[in-house]
Design a protein around this ligand. Sequence first.
Ligand code: HEC
Ligand code: HEC
Ligand code: HEC
Ligand code: HEC
Length: 503
Amino acid sequence: MSIRLLSFLLCIAFCFAHVCFAQTFTEPRQTAGKPMLSAAEPPLFEGWTKPKLMLFFTGFLDGYIEPCGCAGLDQMKGGLSRRMTCLQQLEKNGWHVLPIDAGNLNKGFGQQEELKFNFVIDEAYRLMKYQAAGLGSRELLFPTDTLILYSVDVPGNPKRYTSANAAIMEFSPDFVVPYRILEKEGIKIGIVSVLGDSLRNKIHNDDIKTAAAAGKLKEVLPKIAAENCNKKVLIFHGTANELNMLLKEFPDRFDFVLPSDIPAEPPLQPRKIGKTVLIEVGEKGRYAVAAGLFDDEKMPIRFERIPFDSRYNNSPKIMELMKIYQDQLRQTGLSGLGIKPIPDKRSAILGSFAGSASCADCHETAHNIWKKSRHAKAWDSLKETAKPARNFDPECIACHVIGWNAAEFMPYQNGFRSEKETPKLVSVGCESCHGQGENHIKAEQGADTALQEKIRRQLRLSVEGETVKKHCLTCHDGNNSPHFDFDTYWKKIDHRETEKDAE
Ligand code: HEC
Ligand code: HEC
Ligand code: HEC
Ligand code: HEC
């Protein structure tokens, strides 16, 4: 039974049985990484009346601005575009929403991360009206000048970041504000963010000053108390252990805590430590956790986890930002992005990449089978299927071309550069698995049988053993190919002559 059919049937069962299986439903056999798909999400806001205010918690976007669509967009969650639409829908219903983010919006640092932050993340967060975000360990990876640009408030252009115990240059609200007070519908929310020691110790930038979290909280909490906040939020970047220690020192001082040590998916209803509600938003911005505040003594607060799945259409405004960002990547080019080819020791024997068409003359059967496979169309997926086109985006190119180290998102020397420079190396080709073909072709056209055999041995693969399976998994990982199963997948691309002849 196909997986889609299975989830569909389970979904029907779910609707009739009114039981919630989303948490217990286990994924089909998983070969690598964490499953990115979950079967069905329960309907949202059932039985809710309009809350007085909704706190809309997100975080740990980790650079996942839009789902890649590798496993089919309808099966993947996340994306700023869907999030924006969700916020707009809530607003359209007349609900008052206050978005708050835990931070760690970027994955790392470097030219591409900066372009992504600048052209998509920062602008999207402005459009979504975020006024508070924790300054996470990921943001602190940015070089000082970039960090200042992104996190320091300027008159007329307030930023959203805050941290009580990580400062740029010096501890002064002129640089990073130590806490933020937001007010909406007469409700005041105090927000403070700290880094645990485990992360403080990993900062290697002399311009960043840090102090122990507890000490800084002691300084900041009275100031927040003086503001008479209705709710207090702590954003904590660090280990679960560190957080537990901190909450022991500050018991019941916060209504909500957003920890960074979290499961991939938020639980359906949040856990509690004492009176403090643990808001675990899950990884990669695939969910938000909403806390509805009500004027209702019996039920003053309700929680809902919101999956950003295909129930939300793409926001044209965010798609526009994506287009601008992709255009920036195109203009900057791989070398501008600081992507330098890495050496591949196999090229000493094998030469460079020749492209799949150059194998057709001598391996007709294999070529015909490959040509009909999805591998041969991998480039079209980036250029035609992805909206906007992502064919200049190294984060997509890595697995959709010949001659890249997919695990490292780096091209090999002589690997794909651009469609213009290396037109034969678009899509996943023969050499994505077998290795460079140049010297093999030359040898086969010559008469040195010893050399021929030496090179053939290098290109030869076997489905027995783990080597080939592991190689598939460098591209078919848990995020991009959650249903990958070697035997089923190999059958679809098996191009052995002997097997076919025998049938
Ligand atoms: C000029 C003809 C020719 C061209 C072009 C050619 N090959 Fe070959 N290849 C051969 C011959 C002959 C053999 C040895 C017989 C066989 O196994 O088919 C061979 C063997 C191989 C083998 C080892 C198969 C085995 O198990 O022994 C692989 C893999 C292979 N070629 C891949 C490629 C790839 C990839 C390309 C394109 C980059 C390519 N070949 C281009 C002629 C060619
Ligand atoms: C260099 C990265 C890469 C490697 C290595 C790789 N694949 Fe793929 N594979 C892809 C990409 C990308 C696609 C999707 C192509 C598209 O439709 O855009 C894909 C698609 C497929 C599909 C089609 C899936 C479907 O639903 O029809 C099969 C089957 C497949 N791969 C099998 C394999 C097997 C088996 C291996 C290992 C022997 C392997 N692949 C190794 C990148 C890779
Ligand atoms: C780690 C490797 C990897 C990366 C990086 C990657 N892909 Fe893929 N992509 C795959 C694989 C593997 C498949 C095939 C999945 C399957 O069918 O199991 C695929 C399939 C696709 C498809 C075809 C889906 C369909 O149902 O037709 C699209 C579109 C796609 N990828 C777009 C992207 C975009 C856009 C990016 C960058 C944001 C990206 N990919 C990055 C490996 C990757
Ligand atoms: C996704 C990875 C992958 C791609 C793409 C791929 N191959 Fe292979 N190929 C393999 C594996 C694995 C085997 C070994 C199968 C076995 O155990 O005999 C193989 C076997 C072969 C063989 C030996 C076949 C036989 O009859 O024993 C040849 C020749 C070959 N491939 C050529 C090609 C050519 C030419 C292309 C492109 C048109 C290509 N391969 C694309 C993985 C791949």
